[in-house]
Design a protein around this ligand. Structure first.
Ligand code: ZN
Ligand code: ZN
Length: 330
């Protein structure tokens, strides 16, 4: 099969011919139809994240069809469309796995990080961590649901029930979360890089009542804010925009250092927290909700072999919604 492989961090992915993977016991072999490009992939390639299995095939927003299955599998029919997300395997026995926090499993393995991912024509995955894809979505349109959507949804849950929700960084995750938040009756305030008028207009199209620069204060205090952009300076900015007892959720896997700030910003019971990974329960809940909203995805498809160009477009902020890699054979 053709795959885009990262051999060493801080180098470009290399187009490589590999033998097709074979499904081990409990695994399905999936012919990849689309794989979304997530900011986490950029952190894997650029070296922001360490402990990456190398060489690695990145990509954890995989949509494809089951073409073979290993011993002992029974969840999916041949040809069935499935999604493969970031959480690829958990131990099932540690204190986190046994208390409903498998996202924090001490021995968790992640797709496109510790297990080869979807920047390829085929991928294997543990069937217990795959999900049926709602029919309302086409292949490319469904792929951002697998991380931007469902980890965004987990972040939204942790933001609480407040009506006035700030979203810092209006990329793949925010464009889905905004629609769900509006569906829940919230008012969305979108913050982009200063001067990003395209991003601000996009957020208004998706129902934001206000859009502005991340350096601006919103017209009224926020009940909660979710930070999707990897910029630590947004933490004090979001706290300053948030009311007493408001919550600021950091949703990314990596962030630049958070500058020190006055205790006044945290005082009055404001909360700062992070969100890590996903549980399978998050995925089931989100994939049932998304088509009912309906949360539509805006995607730009690029050929698999242009993975480096796709990552560069994401890094440079040239993507509206999500960029998706499509193997030419799909
Ligand atoms: Zn565990
Ligand atoms: Zn992701």
């Amino acid at each position: 099969m053709r795959a885009m492989v990262l051999e060493r961090q801080r180098t470009a992915l290399k187009e490589t011919q590999r033998e097709d993977p074979r499904p081990a016991a409990g695994q399905v072999l999936v012919r990849v139809a689309a794989c979304g490009v997530c900011r986490t992939d950029l952190h894997v390639v650029s070296g922001d994240l360490t402990d990456v299995k190398l060489p690695i095939i990145p990509g954890h927003e995989i949509v494809g069809r089951v073409v073979a299955a290993g011993e002992g599998t029974n969840r999916f029919a041949h040809g069935q469309r499935v999604g493969i997300p970031w959480l690829g395997w958990t131990c099932g026995t540690c204190e986190y796995c046994t208390s409903g926090h498998e996202n924090l499993c001490n021995r968790a393995r992640f797709t496109g990080y510790s297990i080869d991912g979807g920047y390829a024509e085929y991928a294997v995955a543990d069937e217990r961590f795959c999900f049926p894809i709602p029919n309302a979505y086409d292949d490319a349109g469904a792929s951002p649901l697998m991380c931007a959507g469902l980890i965004g949804y987990r972040a939204l849950r942790f933001a609480g029930d407040g009506e006035r929700l700030g979203l810092y960084g209006f990329g793949a995750a925010a464009h889905i979360v905004a629609q769900i938040a509006v569906h829940q009756g919230r008012r969305v305030f979108a913050f982009t890089k200063p001067g990003d008028e395209t991003g601000q207009a996009f957020s208004r199209e998706l129902g934001a009542v206000w859009a502005g620069d991340s350096t601006q204060k919103p017209p009224e205090p926020l009940d909660a804010a979710i930070i999707f952009a990897p910029a630590g300076a947004l933490v004090p900015a979001a706290l300053a925009a948030t009311r007493k007892a408001g919550v600021v959720v950091c949703a990314g896997i990596h962030m630049s250092p958070i500058p020190s700030f006055s205790y006044d910003l945290l005082w009055e019971e404001r909360v700062v927290r992070s969100v890590a990974n996903l549980t399978r329960a998050d995925a089931e809940e989100f994939l049932a909700l998304a088509p009912r909203v309906p949360a539509r995805t805006t995607t730009t498809s690029m050929p698999l072999t242009q993975a480096n160009e796709a990552l560069a477009a994401l890094r440079d902020g040239r993507v509206t919604g999500a960029v998706v890699l499509v193997p030419s054979s799909a």
